[in-house]
Design a protein around this ligand. Structure first.
Ligand code: ZN
Length: 233
């Protein structure tokens, strides 16, 4: 993770995205609702998209990492235990060799840990599914996850005053729920219920037309983006 931490934006509502959430094709000027001319992904008019920003949880990583950590841990333990003894026996080079291997091993683990790590992303949630857009990425690499078959469900948990956890899963009969997204995202704690209700409506296909009926909506950060949107800002 980078040391220079820029604050991610708060959740907001929007309409048709500037670029297709699946392939990145520019959608500007196309009548909404419609479908992407490039990949066919549907987009909608009005306020139909909830955008949150955060960092997705990384996967467990390759299977070989665990045993290597165990070996390094045992090696470090043995080195601490034997260093003085080997020195006294006049074979301190064994100790030195072990030390160099341990440092090399730990460095290699440190370097490889950064591979495959994901930075901050925008998660743009619509009735069709959600798009993942890297924040500040050079190339416009996007990924769209469709709700698809089964029953999608959302769970949001408070982590801090401005940070929460989101878990989107797809429940399929007689199978373990498939995790679609496991991420942390930025949101004021008092607005988490509103965000969750908006996502529930999007997942169910109900849409955001009736968003005013969600308790706390008028006081939430979502209302602020709603107003901005309708003022055309
Ligand atoms: Zn597209």
């Amino acid at each position: 993770m980078s040391k220079k931490k820029e604050l991610l934006p708060m959740p907001s509502l929007g309409g048709r995205p500037e670029h297709c959430l699946s392939c990145g094709y520019p959608l500007e000027g196309l009548p909404a609702p419609g479908a992407c001319p490039e990949c066919g992904l549907e987009f909608y008019g009005g306020l139909t998209m909830l955008q949150i920003a955060g960092v997705a949880k990384r996967g467990p990583g390759p299977a070989w990492r665990k045993p290597v950590w165990v070996v390094l841990f045992i090696g470090t333990f043995l080195w601490i235990q034997s260093a003085a003894l080997l020195w006294m026996m006049g074979v301190f080079w064994i100790s030195l060799l072990l030390f160099v291997s341990l440092v090399a091993g730990l460095t290699a683990m440190g370097v490889t840990a950064r591979q495959g790590s994901v930075g901050s992303e925008y998660f743009a949630i619509t009735c069709a599914g959600f798009g993942r857009i890297p924040v500040g990425g050079k190339a416009r690499i996007t990924e769209f996850v469709r709700w698809g078959e089964g029953t999608p469900a959302v769970r949001i948990e408070r982590v801090g005053k401005y940070w929460a956890k989101i878990r989107l899963v797809r429940k399929v009969p007689d199978a373990k729920p498939e995790v679609l997204l496991d991420a942390g995202f930025r949101c004021p704690a008092e607005d988490l219920q509103v965000v969750e209700q908006l996502i529930v409506r999007l997942i169910s296909g109900e849409g955001l037309e009736d968003r005013d009926s969600i308790p706390g909506y008028e006081k939430s950060v979502l209302m602020a983006s709603d107003v901005r949107y309708h003022q055309g800002a």
